[in-house]
Design a protein around this ligand. Structure first.
Ligand code: ADP
Length: 606
């Protein structure tokens, strides 16, 4: 129930929907009841001459169903007496059509209100998910399977829409219908109705029994759907590797395994869900037959208390009570599945915000960025131990070491993608955890090995996240980044869309756009994490030129695999297994004959 309420809360403010919806629904139910109520006089007219012939006095007004029916009978019989039976028949049929028209128009209008509530609700859920995902800490996505999140966004949102949001009218309007028809039943024959109502809890018991187990099955199918989507994701983004390693069989088998499991559990869940409707239909007919029998029995003993056309109308009303009851049973089964999806969506929305923001302002720095006895681990095994490093303002500091040593991790700690486990990182002596995160990050320009571009124009990719950027500024930044030339050669220049993740560009071109982005941002501190590692020599030269220009006059932390790119750094830190093993200038380190000079000799460079 909590989850259901929370789903509903996404359509806030609900106040604007209820009054109109309630009014229209009540009208639709009233006219629906009238519609069936008119069948009584119709049958009387058709088959019971004596009733039509009997002269009737106009009934005095009273606020009751009795008055309505007797007024209608009087009106009808006066038409029959003055204009004949056929006219009377025409009148009843016309009245039925009119009542049905009003009832269905009201129903359609009330449905429109529900549709507007539904679409608004789904939009708000997606909006909340997107802004949550955009705000979650970097580390969260490593623990969570991407497929799970994608599955939530596509499947779970759709499931909530189809089941929960789609069931609102069922749970709002159908009870009204049940109440309306039930009131008529009790009015017509309290005795018969009370006896027949005893049967309803029996059918409710069976239906809830089937649906109870639906929830558990749904949790499992949705978990498996997450895995299936992650297989798809891997197959799409890793398509080259799969082909290069002829791993098709392997990935297909892995996929098939989960796919088959999903099929099996899904079959169980769906079978159960499908059982709800036929079962309640069967139980409904069973109950209606009992009523029919009991009514007939009462009639036989002269105890029914109504005419036989009324009894037929009574049975019809009874049938109309069962119909919404069946719809509710079916929707209830669906909602159980939807609630599982809603829970998964809320698990994402409720994920802890992770890294707490600091409070102190920071607009620049004047002295140095320091790692002060920093330790860090992703899980149990320590990744960084007791790192002490100083990056003085205006200097270039390099971090080198074998792969897996922890270099990228060090870079990730500075913009607080992760927080240190021990020690502190300080800017001008202030712990970065005390500073406002947004202002902290705005001091930095980050260029990584895999530059992240978005499916947008070159211009927007360079101006990324900044507002009011002029074309001149973007072009100037692209020039510094050695990118202007190739951008101008693109079919639509700066307005060319670069495709998903910039796939229409070469690695070096993507990197230069990322550098132009950093140039435009003009940050005092630069973090270059293997910015040239993935490039061929020619691209590397162009990118390196761009980087040298970008670094001029700034403070930089350069992480590099190729030592040739860092030999001019003011200070080089060599790390191994998460610890600093030596540091100094290139010449000193070579002279030291330690790990650095060993790495240099491996790369045939000194
Ligand atoms: P380098 O950049 O020097 O190659 P990294 O900083 O990327 O090294 O990784 C250091 C260690 O931390 C490696 O052992 C790596 O397996 C581990 N590691 C890196 N990223 C994660 C992560 N997101 N979750 C868990 N372990 C990680």
């Amino acid at each position: 129930m909590e989850t259901f309420k929370r789903v509903l809360s996404f359509a806030r403010p609900l106040g604007r929907y209820w009054p109109g919806y309630l009014l229209l629904s009540v009208l639709s139910v009233i006219f629906g009841v009238i519609n069936y109520g008119l069948l009584g006089p119709l049958l009387t007219v058709l088959f019971d001459d004596s009733a039509a012939a009997a002269p009737l006095a106009r009934p005095g007004f009273a606020f009751s169903v009795d008055w309505v029916t007797s007024w209608f009978s009087w009106f009808l019989s006066s038409i029959i007496r003055s204009d004949g039976l056929i006219r009377g028949l025409l009148f009843v049929c016309g009245a039925i059509v009119a009542a049905s028209l009003v009832s269905n128009v009201c129903r359609y209008l009330s449905q429109r209100i529900i549709v507007s509530l539904e679409t608004r609700l789904m939009k708000n859920i997606r909006k909340a998910l997107f802004s949550k995902i955009a705000s979650l800490p970097v580390g969260w996505f490593n623990q969570k399977r991407k497929g799970d999140v994608l599955s939530s966004i596509s499947n779970d949102v759709a499931e909530v829409q189809n089941t929960i949001a789609g069931s609102f009218h069922v749970f709002l309007r159908e009870p009204l219908l049940v109440a309306g028809f039930l009131a008529m039943l009790i009015y017509m024959s309290p005795k018969l109705t009370i006896v027949s109502l005893v049967a309803l809890p029996v059918s409710a018991f069976f239906v809830t029994r089937i649906t109870r187990r639906l929830r558990a099955g749904s949790v499992e199918t949705q978990r498996l759907m997450g895995r299936i989507l992650s297989h798809f994701e891997e197959a799409i983004s890793g398509s080259r590797i799969i082909k290069a390693f002829r791993a098709r069989r392997y990935v297909e088998d892995r996929f098939e395994n989960d796919n088959e499991k999903h099929r099996r559990i899904m079959r169980q869940v769906r079978n159960r869900q499908e059982l709800a409707s036929p079962l309640s239909e069967f139980l409904g007919i069973g109950i209606a037959s009992c009523v029919l029998f009991y009514g007939g029995w009462l009639n036989y003993h002269g105890d029914l208390g109504m005419s036989w056309p009324q009894f037929i109308v009574y049975i019809m009303f009874y049938w109309k009570v069962l119909e919404p009851a069946k719809t509710m049973a079916k929707s209830y089964a669906g909602v159980q599945k939807g609630l599982v999806s809603a829970d998964r969506i809320f698990a994402i929305l409720d994920a802890p915000a992770g890294i707490p923001d600091g409070e102190l302002p920071i607009t620049g720095f004047s002295d140095a960025l320091t790692f002060d006895h920093v330790t860090f681990s992703y899980g149990d095994a320590p990744v960084l131990t007791d790192i002490c490093m100083t990056i003085p303002k205006g200097k270039t500091v390099a971090v080198v070491g074998p792969s897996g040593a922890g270099k990228s991790t060090m870079a990730d700690l500075i913009p607080r993608f992760y927080d240190v486990a021990g020690g502190a990182i300080r800017i001008d002596g202030r712990d970065i955890r005390t500073l406002r995160m947004e202002e902290l990050v705005s001091l930095m320009g980050i260029v990584t090995q895999e530059s992240i571009l978005f499916n947008d124009t070159v211009f927007n990719n360079i101006a990324f996240g900044q507002t009011g950027v002029t074309r001149e500024a973007v072009v100037a930044a692209a020039r510094v980044a050695n990118a202007d030339e190739f951008i101008s050669a693109l079919p639509e220049g700066y307005d060319t869309n670069i495709g998903d993740r910039g796939t229409r560009l070469s690695g070096g071109q993507r990197q230069r756009i990322a550098i132009a982005r950093a140039v435009l941002k003009n940050p005092p501190l630069l973090i270059l994490d293997e910015a040239t590692s993935a490039l061929d020599t020619e691209s590397e030269r162009l990118v390196q030129e761009a980087l040298t220009r970008l670094m001029a006059g700034r403070t930089s932390l350069v992480i590099a695999h190729r030592l040739s790119t860092v030999r001019h750094a003011d200070e080089i830190y060599v790390i191994k297994d998460g610890s600093i093993v030596e540091h100094g200038r290139h010449e000193d380190l070579v002279a030291n004959d330690g790990l650095y000079s060993h790495l240099c000799s491996l790369q045939a460079f000194s």
